[in-house]
Design a protein around this ligand. Structure first.
Ligand SMILES: C[C@H](N)C(=O)N[C@@H](CCCCN)C(=O)O
Length: 467
């Protein structure tokens, strides 16, 4: 009997075109989450956001994902309706969220909120603009996470048994281009327009471009479906509720998910505060300070596919996660030392953080595909993202609160757009120690994962490529 194979999937060029299309959309989507980070001080002077308000707005990304279990629904939608429909739906949701965020940051929302439950002051004179922008970001977060799991599943579908980790690495890397652009462009855009919302508008344009490109992917992916059904190859099994229980029973899955929340909690929220940290600690200008954290996605951009390629050929996935977590701790501890304040040190540390940020994701995302069958992969990625979103939601809140409560060291007067503005000065030692603690715990879970792999034989330390 003739072997049932898909010629489209076997075609290297078709696989790589698919990867380019999905990754381009990923890049467009990664611009918005970090686009406000270089403008933290401008948000303080223009919209009167304190560090706590900025932390609240930043935490918005996870609100709906965490509390409304949106990612679990996203995983179900994905496993039931497929990557094409889910991807388009996700981009639509991101566009709606970005629109709300733009409206709030463009200055259409005035006044403050105060919310007290019993003796607990939940919101104390919080600018409405921060809350509404946070709600927009929350909606964007739903779409962004939904797209992330759809993209992962699409890449795994096209690359399983091939260059899977390399492909996931390249896909993640193009996301990093979006993050790097988000760090380089907002200050120049602001200097040009004097408008803090200009980067959000740019993100809306990028999302529309991403949508167009994703529609091209849909055309090719549909051809693969047709080819597989003509060849009698079964399409993915549909989502079942028992999938969640099956995945939740897998100990290795929990080790990866906990490692994921710890590791990413020490990276993404760090990026959100990094420009301000560098302005405050290393005494450089806002514009220049924004360029230093941009080195992080840049180094990750080059190294993630490199490490992905290495783990495809040589394996060692669990060990790579341990090494990445160790580097993460070293970087944050060195950032915490007050006397290390010369800016070449900041550059070096950010580059090393970029290495850590390449090692762990390049091994972590393919590892999930090794321990969970493909039919449940959408749900599994969704569950991991759900755990991770707790960190993405709570950690910025914690850091913003800690900064305002324990780290204020004074105020300075600066002339911004011809006006004298009072800007709060912070010492970032405690936040950096908090980030380092997440890293220490991440190392522990990476070791547990390695031990579990040895016991169960998932092959995390084995190569991915089947020659
Ligand atoms: C924030 C999002 N949930 C996330 O975890 N992003 C990861 C995953 C990338 C996987 C891409 N195929 C990231 O490292 O950006």
């Amino acid at each position: 009997m003739a072997e049932k194979i898909s010629s489209l999937r076997e075609s290297k060029s078709a696989r790589w075109v698919v990867l380019i299309l999905v990754s381009f959309t990923m890049m467009c989507m990664y611009y918005l989450p970090d686009a406000m980070a270089p403008l933290q001080q401008n948000l303080q002077s223009k919209l009167h956001w304190s560090a706590t308000d900025y932390g609240l707005f930043t935490s918005g990304y996870g609100w709906f994902n965490v509390f409304l279990l949106m990612m679990v629904f996203s995983g179900m939608i994905l496993d039931k309706l497929g990557t094409r429909f889910t991807g388009v739906l996700a981009i639509g949701i991101m566009l709606a969220g970005a629109g709300i965020k733009y409206w709030a940051i463009a200055g259409h929302v005035d006044g403050t909120y105060e919310l007290t439950i019993g003796s607990w002051q939940v919101l104390g004179l919080t600018p409405k603009s921060a809350v509404v922008a946070g709600l927009g970001f929350a909606l964007f977060g739903v779409g962004s996470e939904m797209f992330g799991i759809a993209a992962n599943k699409a890449v795994v579908r096209w690359f399983r048994g091939k260059e899977m980790a390399l492909a996931i690495g390249l896909n993640t890397s193009t996301g990093r281009i979006g993050t790097a652009l988000a760090m380089f462009t907002p200050q120049p855009l602001y200097n040009l327009t004097k408008d803090v919302s200009a980067p959000v508008l740019l993100s809306i344009v990028l999302l529309c471009l991403g949508l167009l490109v994703y529609l091209f992917f849909n055309v090719i992916d549909k051809r693969l479906d047709k080819e597989e059904s003509d060849a009698g190859i079964a399409s993915d099994e549909e989502f079942k509720f028992s999938d969640i229980a099956d995945i939740a029973r897998n100990r290795a899955f929990w080790y990866i998910s906990i490692l994921c929340v710890l590791f990413y909690s020490a990276v993404f929220p760090f990026i959100k505060f990094a420009t301000n940290l560098i302005v405050q600690k290393f005494s450089v200008t806002d514009t220049f300070a924004g360029y230093i954290p941009a080195l992080l996605p840049f180094s990750a951009l080059l190294l993630t596919p490199l490490f992905g390629g290495i783990s495809d050929k040589k394996g060692k996935g669990a060990s790579i996660m341990i090494l990445g977590s160790i580097l993460l701790v070293c970087v944050h501890l060195l950032f915490a030392i007050p006397s290390l304040n010369s800016f070449p040190i900041a550059i070096g540390l950010v580059v090393v953080l970029g290495i850590a940020f390449s090692l762990v994701p390049s091994a972590m995302w393919p590892a999930i595909a090794k321990i969970i069958p493909e039919s449940k992969l959408g749900t599994a990625y969704a569950m991991t993202f759900w755990v991770q979103n707790w960190g993405l939601m709570l950690v910025p809140l914690l850091i913003g609160w800690v900064l305002d409560k324990y780290c204020i060291i004074g105020t300075i007067t600066r002339v911004i757009d011809g006006k004298q503005e009072q800007l709060t000065q912070y010492n970032y030692t405690i936040p950096m120690l908090i980030f380092a603690c997440f890293g220490v715990l991440a190392i522990g879970f990476a070791y547990l994962l390695k031990a579990e792999d040895k016991k169960k034989g998932y092959g995390l330390e084995q190569p991915n490529v089947i020659e």
